[in-house]
Write a protein that binds this ligand. Structure first.
Ligand code: DON
Length: 596
């Protein structure tokens, strides 16, 4: 027998033995089938060397390069965060804040880094009320006073120095390079700058920095160089975060504040500290949910809603069925009512987090749900209508080959924040002060209500909805997700998780599937395009006030870890989003064919 036929004989014999043994062949087939999800309509990018899923392709590539160069997930995440400050100026930032979850595989431990903005020392409860006692929305959203003391630089530096392996200068280098050499303007960037031309144009420095000399928006394909931002990033490389909180950048921020009736002082910047917090932990069926604690409401509400849904056979209702949407909308309605009353910065207000996330409380909430009819939000508590909506915060996920994981959501609050750029720095300022409750019963920019727990106080962090989340299965990280979307963040994350666990979707289908949202007030059920008209009709009959205007919600850049593979699912709701690993095995042309 020659060697080829000997090999064939060996293979056939072992296959036959396996067939006779039954299960192993089946198991192997299922295993192979599960690497690429052939039952899926959308495909994830697959790798074994790590994965990044980011809303912006340039920053995603920076993250993949760092992983390829041997950096860990935190190195890549920090480099992505700093690069997004250049390439996605409407949400990526140095002048904002956010939350980062870091899972350390070696220690089997998850850390929640709170680098949320804080109210300046001179902030006070009624600072956004006009003489007639009504909230001044312009002041809380589009003025120097709308900015909280930024946390991003401190947060990124802390994550890197505590949990990364590379130097601060190394991870800053890509951002400096892109800012100073210039980047090709994408259609996405060009469109958002065009759309915001009028409002952003009110600030001369933003106009000078982000538009052409004549004030015209850049077109797709043009080169945008951000020399002032490159200067700021270089100052950070030389002096570390001190440049921002005590040095040359701090001086420029404070000078601009003083010239424009802003509140942030050198002391505020000098006193800014990040906080490491214990993540909130819950269970959902077989999975463990690890997410962001207050001052984000995200983790608590996510776990509360999942606890309620766990009491029902949601999977058997079917994805997109009126029954499933109704049940989930009722769970959402109730959770957002609790948010308005019970959640705020834990350093200033003791939130009853354990009670809100308890299985006992969820049984009570589940018992109140009528599976045939919608409740009226006004029957739960009084309310008002929502106002403005904004499309930008950003979330990204990073996983390395060693199993370390980062889920990061950060923001300027609205798209391009307050729209104000600190002169000479290229740094856009957040308008996170609007996330406080300026007046009990008056909605903020996302239509969210609040009261005492989220009232403005010096040094306090405004309540957030940002929900970076890691779902564990069998004790190992399984799904890494999160989203922008203001109040819709939490319900977006909820649906990604439920789509995988209850509706058994692949991760890429789970991220792409149409979503819906109810936030108690306004008493509406927002439905993305893509649900069946029959479903909408039944929901309407059940008493839901449906708003099906063609708008999308969230942008959940997500990674699923399975059998030693990392599957990246960039959310198709953002044109520049990209999931990419050092090798992107499952997808030759990750950018074109498989990013979504
Ligand atoms: O912290 C929050 O909940 C908000 N500032 C998030 C804003 C946001 O997601 C905007 N993007 N869509």
């Amino acid at each position: 027998m020659n060697s080829t036929s000997a090999r064939i004989t060996t293979i056939v014999t072992s296959m036959l033995a396996a067939v006779l043994a039954g299960a192993p062949v089946m198991a192997q087939q299922q295993r192979v089938a599960s690497i690429i999800d052939y039952g899926s309509r959308h495909h994830s990018v697959i790798d074994q060397g790590g994965m990044v899923a980011v809303q912006n392709a340039i920053a995603a590539e920076v993250g993949a390069d760092i992983l390829a160069a041997g950096g860990n997930a935190v190195d890549a995440a920090v480099a992505v965060g700093l690069t997004l400050a250049v390439t996605l100026p409407r949400a990526g930032n140095l002048g904002g804040g956010g939350f980062m979850l870091v899972y350390l595989a070696d220690e089997d431990r998850t850390i929640a880094i709170d680098y949320r903005e804080r109210a300046p020392g001179a902030a006070s409860r009624d600072m956004f009320l006009k003489a007639d006692g009504e909230p001044d929305n312009r002041a809380s959203r589009f003025s120097y006073r709308s900015a909280g003391v930024p946390g991003t630089v401190a947060g990124m530096h802390h994550a890197l120095t505590q949990y990364g392996s590379m130097s601060w200068r190394e991870v800053l280098e890509p951002a400096i390079r892109v800012a100073s050499r210039g980047m090709q303007v994408s259609l996405d960037l060009s469109q958002t700058l065009k759309r915001r031309r009028e409002s952003l144009g009110r600030d001369p420095e933003t106009l000078r920095t982000y538009y052409m000399a004549v004030g015209a928006p850049f077109e797709a394909g043009d080169t945008l160089r951000l020399m002032d931002l490159a200067w700021s990033l270089t100052a950070l490389a030389i002096d570390g975060p001190d440049a921002f909180y005590r040095g040359v950048i701090a001086e420029k921020i404070v000078a601009a504040m003083q010239a424009n009736d802003g509140l942030i002082t050198l002391d505020d910047l000098d006193n800014y500290r990040i906080t490491e917090r214990e993540p909130v932990v819950g269970t959902y069926r077989e999975a463990t949910i690890v997410s962001m604690p207050p001052p984000s409401s995200g983790g608590v509400l996510l776990i509360q809603m999942l606890n309620v849904l766990e009491q029902f056979e949601l999977g058997s209702f079917g994805y997109g069925s009126a029954k499933a949407v109704h049940l989930m909308a009722e769970a959402m309605r109730r959770a957002y009512a609790d948010r308005s009353e019970h959640l705020g910065d834990p350093d200033y207000y003791t939130a009853p987090v354990d009670w809100l996330m308890s299985k006992a409380y969820s049984r009570k909430l589940a018992a109140e749900i009528d599976l045939r009819a919608a409740r009226r939000s006004a029957d739960i508590a009084p309310g008002v209508n929502a106002g403005y909506e904004s499309p930008d915060t950003t979330h990204y996920a990073v996983v390395d080959a060693a199993g370390n994981v980062v889920a990061n959501t950060y923001t300027l609050n609205f798209s391009y924040g307050s729209g104000i750029t600190v002169p000479g720095t290229g740094i856009l300022l957040n308008n996170e002060m609007d996330d406080f409750s300026a007046k009990p019963g008056s909605p903020n920019g996302y239509g969210l209500l609040g009261g005492e727990a989220n009232a403005i106080e010096a040094g306090k962090r405004p309540l957030s909805s940002m929900t970076p989340t890691i779902v564990f299965r069998d004790g190992k990280p399984w799904i890494v997700t999160g989203s922008p979307g203001g109040s819709r963040i939490i319900t977006t994350v909820l649906q990604v998780i439920v789509n995988v666990i209850d509706f058994e979707m692949s991760i890429s289908d789970a991220v792409a599937a149409p979503r819906f949202h109810n936030q108690w007030f306004p008493d509406r059920l927002f439905m993305e395009p893509g649900f069946s008209p029959d479903t909408l009709a039944i929901l309407d009959e059940m008493g839901h006030e449906i708003d099906a205007r063609p708008r999308t919600m969230g942008s959940a850049q997500t990674i699923l870890l399975e059998d030693g593979y990392q599957k990246g699912a960039a959310d198709p709701r953002r044109p520049d989003a990209l999931a990419i690993g050092p090798r992107s095995l499952g997808c030759r042309n990750a950018k074109v064919a498989c990013a979504h």
